[in-house]
Write a protein that binds this ligand. Structure first.
Ligand code: PRX
Length: 635
């Protein structure tokens, strides 16, 4: 018997040791005991990181939605699967039982089928946080279509790139979305995107805001009436363990976004098992993750992980500041939330406000608190621990990535003693390694290096959609036979890990991954711009903010600088989305470059951080004279 629920530190070490010594037995026992299979696997694991190729539960047959929904119907049909909390406090929350979820997902699946979607087809989902988003994800999985959810804050251009990259046949959206006091016309963004996406034959439009929309004849259809007239029965498509489940895009340091491909069985087993343990989920608990389903956190820990455990999961449409900064805590009291999972950025933003916003509410239901997406600083950790957890709810600082599919390093509540700013210990099955710059593994304690994983885990992404070479080059070429995360980390005297941040050109702003290259490309497309460089600098709420150094084409560009900054920002919002707008833009005459023409970002980062006392060796620069000018003009 495997231990599906780790209760104390001793048990964690026992389970961890077993997961390393006998990984196949370990995962096989969990898979056998806690899921329904149409056929069991022939082989638990085969792998070769040099290709790279990884297969878990080979030749097993299953459907993940049978595990998320059908198997709970007998015992938990009336249990609430989803609590949907709308943006506006005046609108009533909606509770969706497992039985209703089953019906809706089947109806939606039948709509997809009626519109020509078959196993293996790609479906793009561009929706706000409304129940239809969860139905859409599960409806795809029900019929074996591959979902590609695009966060509904992305621009039309970003949506078009992703839709075309995955070659989606059908797109699901809504008329609009509510976010705080704003109403966003999503359908207009979609219409613009689809001008560039000839492959999309059908658009299903959910009604949310009631705003006016243009429905293109033969292409656009209202979703809800089609669902209502569809059967509530839809037999699940029987999938192979390694059949694709979804694509989710993440920024790379260079080039186009990477469509990370996740497959069925391994992802299912890992997201379910991590959810149970890392949030210590108990039968009648109400669990809330504040992320958007447009990110991996929402995929694994709003939809799949909780539903696989028959949990009650909350979906929140709005933002933490609307109608005021007490909204999160109002929801915690209202739904008696037991587990609360959010991003350090949100904590920092709320910690700046008056404590009255917290103290007004009864938070005594909380048992476990979580953070994700970026390092949490000590001050924010203590604020969270003291004021929200009242020093009684352990904080799980969970480190993981879109690529890893599930949480990799995290405390297990009530087992692992927490330590502020440390993600602590690897989850069972995860074998981290810290590497030095020469490719040697750093053994022992009190070392820091580049964080790699040296053994496969069930939910790892199997490839980048349409570009396996890029997958190998990005993740498996820096260190032989190891998955390289792109993060730096240190291991302390007891073996706890602390993530120190990205070591590549990805910058994490408010918990969102942003690659510098796509932002620079967007800036460079402005007709007045010759060249640009984006770097990150520390920001007390966002973690990092962006600083853009821009060279204009014409010496003495006559237009007002403020206007240019506005235009450049608009260009970035159009190409990527508002989250990628820099906080500061400085116009410069030159950028520090090496003799081979590479921008020395190290120097720009120091200038942006106002840390210019020691710029290091600048003698190898092609143009050292620009450095002083940039420092003088720094914002
Ligand atoms: O740098 C790490 C940071 O977020 C990156 C992954 O981003 P993304 O794929 O968008 O997934 C975010 C949600 C899982 C990582 O490479 N990161 C994530 N969690 C933490 C973190 N940095 C520090 N501490 C964390 N707990």
């Amino acid at each position: 018997m495997s231990s599906y629920h780790i209760k104390n530190l001793e048990e964690y070490f026992q389970v961890y040791r077993k997961s390393i010594r006998e990984p196949e037995n370990f995962w096989q026992e969990i898979a056998e005991e806690h899921f329904v299979w149409r056929k069991k696997w022939d082989n638990v694991l085969s792998w070769d990181f040099s290709k790279p190729e990884v297969k878990w539960f080979e030749n097993a047959k299953l459907n993940i939605t049978e595990n998320c929904i059908d198997r709970h119907l007998l015992t938990k049909g009336d249990k609430t699967a989803i609590i949907w909390e709308p943006n506006d406090t005046e609108e009533k929350a909606v509770k969706i039982s497992y039985r209703e979820l089953h019906e809706k997902v089947n109806q939606f699946a039948n709509v997809l089928k009626a519109n020509g979607i078959e196993k293996g087809d790609r479906v793009c989902i561009y929706l706000p946080m409304i129940p239809e988003l969860t139905y859409a994800v599960l409806a795809c999985a029900r019929i074996g279509a591959i979902h590609s959810v695009v966060f509904a804050g992305f621009s039309s251009s970003a949506l078009a790139t992703r839709t075309n990259d995955a070659d989606c046949k059908l797109l699901i959206t809504s008329d609009g979305s509510f976010r705080g006091d704003k109403t966003i016309d999503l359908k207009k963004i979609v219409d613009k995107a689809l001008e560039e996406c000839p492959g999309v034959q059908t658009v299903l439009v959910a009604k949310r805001t009631g705003g006016e929309v243009n429905m293109k004849e033969g292409r656009d259809k209202w979703l809800q009436p089609l669902m209502e007239e569809s059967s509530t029965k839809c037999d699940p498509e029987i999938m192979d363990a390694e059949d694709p489940l979804f694509i989710l895009y993440t920024s790379g340091s260079t080039g186009t976004p990477k469509g990370m491909l996740h497959t069925t069985a391994g992802y299912m087993v890992y997201s379910a098992y991590t959810f149970k343990n890392i949030f210590n989920y108990q039968n009648d608990d109400v669990y809330w993750c504040t992320a958007d389903i447009g990110w991996i956190t929402g995929h694994s820990y709003i939809v799949y992980g909780p539903l696989l455990n028959g949990a009650t999961t909350v979906m929140f449409e709005g933002v933490p500041s609307y109608p005021d900064f007490g909204r999160f805590w109002e929801i915690v009291e209202k739904h008696k939330i037991n587990q609360f999972y959010t991003a350090p950025t949100a904590i920092r933003a709320l910690a700046k406000r008056n404590l009255e916003f917290v103290e007004k509410y009864d938070l005594s239901s909380l048992k476990v608190l979580g953070t994700v997406g970026e390092p949490i600083n000590e001050e924010a950790w203590h604020w969270y621990n003291d004021n929200i957890g009242k020093n009684k709810s352990p904080i799980v600082d969970t480190w993981w990535q879109t690529e890893t599919g599930g949480i990799m390093i995290s405390p297990i509540p009530f087992a692992t003693p927490t330590k502020p700013t440390f993600a602590t210990l690897p989850f069972p099955g995860i074998q981290p390694a810290l590497m030095d710059e020469n490719g040697q593994e750093l053994e022992g304690h009190q070392v820091d290096g580049r964080l790699c994983i040296k053994f496969p885990w069930p939910s790892m992404a199997r490839t980048i959609w349409g570009n396996h070479d890029r997958y190998r080059d990005t993740y498996f070429s820096a260190f032989k036979d190891k998955y390289f995360t792109g993060d730096g980390a240190l291991r302390d005297e007891v073996g706890y890990y602390r993530i120190t941040g990205r070591v590549d050109d990805v910058i994490i702003v408010s918990g969102h991954n942003l690659g510098t290259a796509p932002i620079e490309d967007a800036i460079n497309e402005h007709p007045a711009v010759a060249e640009s460089a984006i770097v990150g600098f520390p920001h007390d709420v966002k973690g990092n903010a962006l600083y853009g150094f821009v060279i204009l084409k014409e010496v003495g560009e006559t237009r007002k600088k403020e206007n240019l900054i506005k235009e450049i920002n608009q260009q970035i919002a159009d190409k990527i989305g508002p989250i990628a707008k820099p906080d500061k833009i400085q116009f410069v005459d030159g950028l520090p470059k090496t003799r081979s023409g590479k921008i020395m970002r190290r120097i720009l980062r120091k200038i942006a951080s106002k840390d210019t006392s020691n710029l290091g060796d600048t003698s190898t620069l092609l143009n050292p004279e620009v450095v002083q000018d940039i420092i003088h003009g720094a914002l």
